[in-house]
Ligand binder design. Structure first.
Ligand code: ADP
Length: 193
């Protein structure tokens, strides 16, 4: 089995590219969705987050997402502590998911913070979705209905594209000059060889 990491900054088109891999028959584990599910449901994460932030973080079984966000907003150290609680559980969940897909030749793991979280080390190859900055800003403003400053702030909090490019095995350019389907197909052909 080949494990392919899919990464790229906010608004680069990771989800769009993952969708295409999925349509080509490659199951994709979407770390962002699964980690949110785990934060809401995992008793291990729940216990550790309560130790850190107190009982009021959960209302019964329901996580107070706004409260969690307010605790980690602009606090890098807290964010790292929370990530150190969540990432190992995502790793375990991904391993269980891999077992359920053990007959697949290629599987993928999509994460905006693939390198930052260390999940790249679990991958055999990594593909980065690269999109010029201004296009990313425009697409994200439109998708999330956010003002430009907020989008730029989020982009500035992520690893720069140049660093991601150096660490990636393949690059898919999503600026409408090249077909995404063709680029995904090329990556799959190269993985097959
Ligand atoms: P990411 O998951 O990297 O944040 P998305 O896949 O959600 O990015 O793409 C960001 C936005 O841009 C979405 O609204 C998506 O529909 C749009 N988008 C992605 N690729 C293209 C493209 N090639 N042309 C036009 N819009 C695109």
């Amino acid at each position: 089995m080949i494990k392919l990491g899919i990464t790229g900054g906010i608004g680069s088109g990771k989800s769009t590219v993952s969708e295409i891999f999925s349509l080509c028959g490659v199951p994709v584990y979407i770390a962002d969705i699964e980690s949110k599910r785990l934060v809401a449901t995992s008793p291990i994460i729940r216990e550790k987050l309560i130790q850190l932030f107190g009982d009021e973080l959960y209302d019964g079984n329901v996580l107070n997402k706004a409260l969690l966000a307010s605790h980690i907003f602009n606090d890098k150290e807290k964010l790292e502590t929370v990530n150190a609680i969540i990432h190992p559980e995502v790793g375990k969940d991904f391993n269980r998911w891999l077992q359920r897909h053990s007959l697949c030749k290629i599987v993928a793991h999509e994460a905006a913070i693939l390198f930052e979280s260390g999940f790249d080390k679990m991958m055999d190859k990594v593909v980065m979705v690269y999109t010029p900055l201004e296009v990313r800003i425009q697409r994200t403003m439109l998708r999330d209905n956010l003002p430009r400053e907020k989008v730029v702030e989020r982009i500035q909090n992520q690893m720069p594209d140049e660093e991601k490019l150096k660490l990636s095995d393949f690059v898919i350019v999503n600026d409408n000059t090249k077909s995404l389907i063709e680029q995904v197909t090329t990556v799959l052909e190269q993985l097959d060889n």
